[in-house]
Design a protein around this ligand. Structure first.
Ligand code: AVI
Length: 325
């Protein structure tokens, strides 16, 4: 019975994946959704990206937490009150660990609730944190972000603090960001906080280099999408016939990545055939960069006021602390 249910879920996930891939490749211009970057290989490649010198985002956010953890705690719990620390898409916890360890050292009563749709990711995170921070009160929750949030805000009188780090918001379109953040606001209580990590507009060359590293890891990450489609959707992309091409537009703040077809080619995906012309792009990802004013407008639009903008010493990145009003 359980197996049947799981198989049904797997089949319907595959059907959705196929449908989204075909819709994207039949659009003009062609697109593929970036959420499909993250299979096992994609996760490992993203891990490598975060360790690259060019990908300044991770170190900038790490520095903010390391240098300003005292102020962060002061904002979250001015009078030592207890809270739930709810993190969307916690990854390996590399940056969050700095805060978790500090909060524990200050004897604050809090529960860490990482949320992810992948049970696998949560199991790995829990195991690492149990080993490294045995005193941590951790309750991973698997599921859709909003279902978990809704459950939490109704089940507890404690203050909720939501973490949405790593400039993940940059991968959403403006409409999706407003929808996502307004939904968070609707699911939390007045006075609860959201700390959101956002990459700022800066020297375009610096931004472009972060998405075009010399070792070609980001190119591999982008091309892995084609490998994944081949494996999971019975397709025959030849990834060698595509080139990773990132482009930063300082006017819109969008760094857009594409895969450029190096020749005229036909690709089979399941029962469908897609034609690509030579030099035709498939748009795969947008990583949006913000000005402080854009961040303030976004917060106000979604029902929050900003209590602080914490930045690294270069002013590359901001962790903006928002309060639900
Ligand atoms: C996950 N996300 C915030 C990364 C970004 O910077 O947009 C994904 C990424 N794509 C290429 N490099 C990193």
């Amino acid at each position: 019975m359980i197996e049947t249910l799981e198989n049904t879920t797997i089949t319907s996930k595959k059907a959705v994946f196929l449908k989204e891939v075909l819709t994207g490749l039949n659009s003009v211009p062609k697109t593929l959704p970036s959420k499909y970057f993250y299979d096992k290989i994609g996760d490992a490649l993203f891990q490598q990206i975060m360790e690259l010198d060019e990908y300044y985002l991770t170190q900038a956010e790490f520095e903010i937490f390391d240098q300003q953890k005292k102020q962060i705690l002061q904002e979250f719990s001015p009078n030592g009150e207890s809270f739930n620390l709810v993190e969307f898409g916690a990854g390996d916890g590399y940056k969050t660990k700095v805060l978790l360890k500090y909060f524990l050292s200050q004897k604050v009563d809090f529960e860490y609730i990482p949320i992810d749709i992948s049970q696998n990711a949560l199991d790995g995170l829990k195991k690492t944190l149990n080993q490294e921070i045995p005193d941590l009160n951790i309750t991973p929750m698997q599921g859709d972000y909003f279902q978990v949030l809704d459950r939490l805000s109704h089940a507890t009188s404690k203050k909720n603090i939501i973490l949405f780090l790593g400039s993940n918001i940059g991968n959403f379109s403006p409409t999706e960001s407003t929808k996502f953040l307004s939904q968070i606001r609707a699911d939390i209580n007045m006075g609860d906080h959201l700390m959101i990590g956002i990459d700022l507009k800066k020297d375009p060359a610096k931004i472009l280099a972060a998405y075009n590293d010399q070792d070609g890891i980001t190119a591999e990450f982008n091309l892995n999408l084609l490998h994944r489609i081949n494996k999971e959707l019975d397709a025959n992309f030849n990834p060698e016939q595509f080139k990773h091409y990132p482009f930063y537009n300082p006017i819109t703040g969008e760094c857009k990545s594409s895969l450029i077809s190096l020749q005229d080619q036909e690709v089979k995906i399941g029962n469908s055939t897609i034609h690509l012309s030579q030099w035709e792009p498939i748009h795969t990802e947008v990583s949006r960069k913000f000005s402080l004013k854009e961040i303030h407008d976004l917060a106000a639009r979604c029902g929050f006021c900003i209590t602080s903008d914490l930045s690294d010493r270069h002013g590359y990145f901001v962790d903006s602390i928002w309060k639900a009003v």
